[in-house]
Design a protein around this ligand. Sequence first.
Ligand SMILES: Cc1cc2nc3c(=O)[nH]c(=O)nc-3n(C[C@H](O)[C@H](O)[C@H](O)COP(=O)(O)OP(=O)(O)OC[C@H]3O[C@@H](n4cnc5c(N)ncnc54)[C@H](O)[C@@H]3O)c2cc1C
Length: 492
Amino acid sequence: MSATQRDTAIVWLRRDLRLRGNPALAHACSQHQRVVVVFILDAAGEGDRSPGAASLAWLHRSLQALDADLRQRHSALILRRGDSHAQLQRLIDDCQATAVYWNRRYEPAVRERDAAIKQWLSDIPGLQVQSFNASLWWEPWEISTGQGKPYRVFTPMWKNMLENWRAPRPEALPQPFPALTDAPASLTLDELALRPQQRGEPAWDDGFFHARQTAPYTLWQPGEQGAWQRLREFGDGALHDYKARRDVPASAGTSMLSPHLAWGEISTPQLVSELCPDGQPPADAMINSFVRELAWREFSWHLLYHFPHLPEQPLQPKFTDFPWREDDSALQRWQRGETGIPIVDAGMRQLWQHGWMHNRVRMLVASFLTKNLLLPWQAGERWFWDTLVDADLANNSQGWQWTAGCGADAAPYFRVFNPVTQGQRFDPDGDYVRCFVPALARLPKQYIHAPWSASADTLRQAGIEPGRDYPMPMVDLQRSRERALQAWQQIR
Ligand SMILES: Cc1cc2nc3c(=O)[nH]c(=O)nc-3n(C[C@H](O)[C@H](O)[C@H](O)COP(=O)(O)OP(=O)(O)OC[C@H]3O[C@@H](n4cnc5c(N)ncnc54)[C@H](O)[C@@H]3O)c2cc1C
């Protein structure tokens, strides 16, 4: 065995698709001469939460970008498919590896799988096996209430994070990066069939990446470089007005870093380190407000870790008996953005067109589904899981439980968002609605969030025939609100 063969480390990348600030990779590069970077597509290993269709479309481009970054450094990304343990075992044999490193994940099924893999690999004599934290600022077991319990409420956890401020020190890009001259066998990216057309479906993701997205939203650029580009643009612009604009869906006032974070093309520790370079809590109110949102992400992962049933079951047990309705056709109208409530339809159509939706509108469409339509939050969560490019098991389950009122630190169920007044407040000129529901584009702003209140004349002048160009509301907002409150009375 040559010296090179003896000194090979495998870095198993998963949702940490980046070269910088990647502890497993940095460790491998500092300790070993030969580093083999692998991504294994293992749908079964994710339990029943293998990535949804939109996430897979993103993943295709992210892996492409990562491979290009590695090739620039005379290395390459090795692609495999199937059971992670079997594939790792084969790769260890293929390249006679002496070490396997990865960064930790916290989804319940993945934790179980990874623990078993760690156990198996640790039994191989002479093989070093180590996992690292690459994605969280505080791992879920590192922070707890004064009584040593997991947090169920965000504000005290944030207070604790501020008082015991942690300045992350992300690893630099490994220099020099070890070249890989004798790469083991790899599948091609197309063989993974991540894009819809590779599975015989129409190329519905073209609009996400190729067509110019509807202004003010700009084109996604999956991959580590795209993430940093997005951060630079945000840091130079919307960040300075984040507090005021983050709730205005027409203004692109948020970072839109979520898909980059979901795939680990950039991480919370990197963002905190970048935005708080002096190692102290941010003095700037805008940065503070943004970092607080990152802390919500930490809170979601904290909850998922400590309450692994978060994606399926309400954190408040009384909601197990909530009288949800079953109505497939209503669910479909919501999914297609044909509810007849403009801001809800605009949000659902933005999701369809961009694989992403503004946070304020996510809350509104989720409230409409779970309260006005009285459909279970799990149905909405599953739809988001399949259609969001930023689908993130912790944030998505937490966001749905929050809006449905059954979560740990949730908006109370009886607080039902009124999508008309919310629209008037956060989209006062109707620009967001006009952007995604062009049929309503010519309607004066005083009617844009409630077209049914416009006179027949106004509608005619705007070129709208109700029911033909735009649906009538599928429920009466007042009556459906009362129905939701009655349902709530049954479980109080
Ligand atoms: C019903 C519902 C479902 C959601 N599903 C997801 C999901 O699948 N994936 C996801 O990343 N976020 C989800 N969110 C949270 C939030 O809507 C998105 O993180 C945010 O819209 C992403 O846009 P941004 O990157 O521009 O956010 P910014 O405002 O720029 O915030 C920066 C980052 O902070 C984190 N963050 C911001 N708001 C929240 C929040 N409310 N909860 C947790 N983390 C937050 C995200 O990682 C985000 O990328 C959901 C929210 C709701 C109400």
